[in-house]
Design a protein around this ligand. Sequence first.
Ligand code: DQA
Length: 147
Amino acid sequence: MKIMVIQGPNLNMLGVREQNVYGPMKLEQIHEQMRGFASQNGIEIEFFQSNLEGEIVDKIQECLGDADGIIINPAAYTHTSIAIRDALAAVSLPAIEVHISNIHAREEFRQKSLIAPVCAGQISGFGPFSYHLAMVAMLQILNEIKA
Ligand code: DQA
């Protein structure tokens, strides 16, 4: 079983950007924790970060035949990208949307997600722990599909 983790724009700046909102943890540290959880559970995991919408669309398309599920933090594209939504709908793999901050408690423009409707669910507001919760949820989904 393989999970693809896709990180959108500016998430490469975690640990530097707006620490009051996103905390001090770097993206690589979050990925290290996810890698640990994946190996404990015998799952393959791959990480991809891009600041470019088209590269994210390409990576989602590449998941077809390569990954069993997608964990995605589309970052700012959450609120704007029909292309990313359409790519997720096209591959039709189980997907979980993740946010570090609680987007529903922030500016009005962040409260709408174009991506969530094509995902199994959205996890938002638990800091870096949101990614761990997404891993647990993805395991559950993939085990249900397998059973
Ligand atoms: C974010 C929330 C988005 O609104 C924002 O543009 C981000 C990060 C989060 O993880 O909390 O870049 O996706």
